[in-house]
Design a protein around this ligand. Structure first.
Ligand code: PLP
Length: 418
């Protein structure tokens, strides 16, 4: 047989051309034609191929899936199931059957808590989290702990550098830990955790792992085979896809062993008045009409990101972030928190002279979209004794001109509030 040549690397794109496929970035918003969008960690902007996938589905292919015996419904079903295969291959999952579509990261984590958690945890068991977690990867475990008698324990953060105390893991990874759930990249400080090493370590001790991939999906290449986690949760809307779609991706075989969480149509095999049997995974976990158009548009986002190349995206994110960080560091009174070197594509900071909300409001009036506050990490902010931070978060479509403009606005804010 002929050897298959390795795929040619994608050449680095022209970033101005890339940016021009995001209509909202080109036209600006109604309130601010000179829009400076620095809030991609909350939600990314959407490129043309994703918008047209949504539009095309509703215009040409719209029908419910899995139940129609007519051609249009069969076509919608194929498109929906092909989207699952695209998402699986984008993340290097073993099979599309390991991918459960959910409304996003929050729903994916709650699915694990309700289904896997209630079936596997008993009083005295421990759930290991970190002090960096988004409320989405904290509150579901608090609820589960209250229901099962399990206990929550935390890898401590070492300070405003946002690094976790890895040496504490030696004491924390005890035999009663059943689950280690942690964020891949912190949405609050930008910390990048050594996810593959932690998953390998937990696995060698028989501990199940869940990686919150909300900030890594679509930003860095993620290959679940090499990441080695049991569960990976992400949101489509943070990686150029539409809202209300994301997925839980599981290690092969795990989903089949889990009981259903939501009951209803689509997830059953057979139903009588008193009992039912379930379909196999992943459909067992997708009760009711799924987000069909959104899944198809998420697949378009995966193809779009692949067409640019995740390596190029990660490198571009890193270059922009380094430029933003050094530019902001020149503003008097502005203090950057988070890791000194490697970080996700965001810069979190405080300014001596102004509360984060005042700064964000000032910036917003100039068209600069930032986020200020606790970033859904209240316990972390309390631990760091911060009133919250201002977060400027980037994606590959931002530009160096925008970074200069944002810095000028924040320097003005510093003088205004002085
Ligand atoms: N986890 C992290 C690290 C996040 O940044 C976010 C969103 O901000 C979430 C979870 C929750 O994502 P979603 O609101 O899309 O469910």
């Amino acid at each position: 047989p002929m050897a298959i040549p390795p795929a040619a690397p994608v050449p680095e794109p022209n970033w101005d051309a890339v940016r021009s496929s995001f209509p909202l970035l080109v036209s600006g918003a109604a309130e601010s034609p000179e829009l400076l969008y620095f809030d991609s960690a909350a939600s990314s902007q959407k490129p043309e191929p994703v918008l047209s996938a949504l539009d095309n589905f509703y215009r040409h292919d719209n029908a419910n899936v899995h139940r129609g015996l007519y051609a249009l419904s069969a076509r919608a079903t194929d498109a929906f199931e092909n989207a699952r295969a695209t998402v699986a291959s984008f993340f290097g999952a073993a099979s599309p059957r390991d991918v459960v579509f959910t409304s996003g990261t929050t729903a994916a984590i709650n699915l694990v808590a309700h289904s896997w958690g209630r079936a596997n945890l008993k009083p005295g068991d421990r759930i290991l989290l970190t002090e960096l977690e988004h409320h989405s990867n904290l509150v579901p475990w608090q609820l589960l702990a209250a229901q099962t008698g399990a206990q929550l324990v935390f890898v401590p953060v070492l300070g405003p550098c946002g690094t976790l105390d890895e040496s504490a893991l030696d004491d924390l990874l005890t035999p009663d830990v059943k689950l280690f759930a942690f964020t891949h990249i912190s949405n609050s400080l930008g910390t990048i955790n050594p996810a593959a090493a932690w998953c390998a370590r937990a696995r060698s001790l028989g501990i199940t792992t869940l990686v919150d991939g909300a900030q890594s999906a679509g930003h860095i290449p993620v290959n679940l085979a090499s990441l080695g986690c049991d569960f990976y949760a992400f949101s489509g809307h943070k990686m150029c896809g539409p809202t209300a779609i994301g997925a839980l991706i599981a290690r092969p075989g795990l989903l089949d062993a889990m009981p259903p969480f939501l009951g209803g149509g689509e997830m059953i095999e057979s139903v009588s008045f008193l009992q039912s049997s379930w379909r196999e995974a992943p459909w067992r976990f997708e009760a009711g009409t799924p987000p069909i158009a959104q899944a198809i548009a998420l697949a378009a986002a995966c193809r779009y990101l692949d067409s640019i190349g995740l390596d190029h995206i990660a490198a571009r994110d890193a270059t922009l972030t380094a430029a933003l960080k050094s530019s902001l560091a020149s503003i008097p009174g502005l203090r950057i928190v988070g890791p000194p070197h490697e970080r996700g594509s965001l810069v979190s900071f405080v300014m001596d002279q102004a509360h984060p909300h005042d700064l964000v409001t000032f910036a917003g009036e100039k068209g600069l979209c930032l986020r200020g506050g606790h970033h859904c990490t209240q316990p972390l902010m309390r631990k760091l004794a911060l009133p919250g931070t201002v977060r400027a978060s980037l994606y590959f479509y931002n530009s160096f001109d925008e970074i200069n403009a944002a810095t000028r606005i924040l320097a003005d804010a510093g003088r205004y509030f002085a």
